[in-house]
Design a protein around this ligand. Sequence first.
Ligand code: HAM
Length: 426
Amino acid sequence: MTYKSVKGTRDLLPADTSAWLHVEHVIRTVMEEFRYGEIRTPVFEETAVFARGIGEETDIVGKEMYTFEDKGGSSLTLRPEMTAPVIRSFIQHSMGEQTQLNKLYYIGPMFRQERPQAGRFRQFHQFGFESIGQDNPACDAEIIAMAAEIFRRLGIHFTLKINSVGDPVCRPRYREALQEFLRDVHDELSPDSQRRTETNPMRVLDSKNTRDRELTADAPVIIDYLTDECREHFERTLAYLDELGISYEVDPRLVRGLDYYTKTAFEFVSTDLGSQDALGGGGRYDGLVEQLGGKPTPAVGFAAGIERMLIVMEKNGYDFPASEPAVYIVGMDDESRQWAFMKAMELRRAGIPTEIDYAARSVKAQMREANKLGARFVVLAGDSEMQDAAAQVKDMREGTQESVEFDRLASYFSGLGIHKDNTETR
Ligand code: HAM
């Protein structure tokens, strides 16, 4: 009997994780520049956090959550997204009382029981950020600009689609107009869209069904129903994007799959992805804090799928930084193997990534291994070198070789600038 990872989940092996670490490093760098702080919440929450936060009528809550009862009888859910948990935490820790604007980011696994396909997993990973406390359109633009900046640094080309989904004043008026339109074509709509006409009519515009799309081609659009306040917010957000030189397409049919959005809603899509073409999406959610029991607090945020970003990067031949040993110390006999082991420890402590052989292989096999791993330098110490306490250092890139005293090896390599940052912990 052997076991496999569960459908829709996967193992990331060292060859994969080096790319992930690079993406995470770029994300963290940009987050530091924009002064966002990382938040880490538990991977599961009380089910109500998501049911109330994301909306009972959404696909996520209705069909896709990993919900289970624990032994104490509580209903818990593996997080399908992070906005609701972040807001739960924001309220729990009274973050709104400490500063006018909380700027938070996260990176981590999410869980949705969707049908797995290219770019769609049941455990996937998001990075995202939430700007909580201000209704300034500059915050909407900043969130979009940050996402665009991260994509730019990772060589990911995208199209930005943006819309305003209004607020609790304009949406009911629009909803009514849309429902009236949809009821006229009711019998021809797909069963899902027929149901949504009554429960969540804006999602009908998002239907993937071709006939649904034809039937709704002339449906009323929300832009025509926005209140002056929502319209102005939208226009000012777009004006910021114009000034920042971030191009976008206004897509009046864009609705997102989560119910908490108000005003700005946007999505980054890529033609390098298949049918699951959304790299990430987000928007403003001015009602969510109150919905989850806090004081009314405006907020805007975004999240992207890291697997999808990596698909695009790999397709584009992105040049990921390699993770190669700087030094490979070849052991020749018992004595020099023992020496290699101790010297490797010393070099590693000095921040120099060093590899040795653990399988008592021949010198030839070790040289082959050093080559395969892409070691920049190979250190050899045979009988006479042991006697002289000076090793032969071979530069594998230049093809040169020189003798370096044992005691000087660490400073020799450090001097070449190949050591990694390693903060002293004495
Ligand atoms: P979302 O659109 O549901 O938004 O997810 C954001 C991104 O997560 C998607 O665009 C996609 O790249 C990725 N994603 C979603 N489901 C899967 C899956 N099954 N497999 C692989 N990738 C997936 C949210 O989650 C909101 N919380 C975003 C947000 C933050 N809005 C405001 N703040």
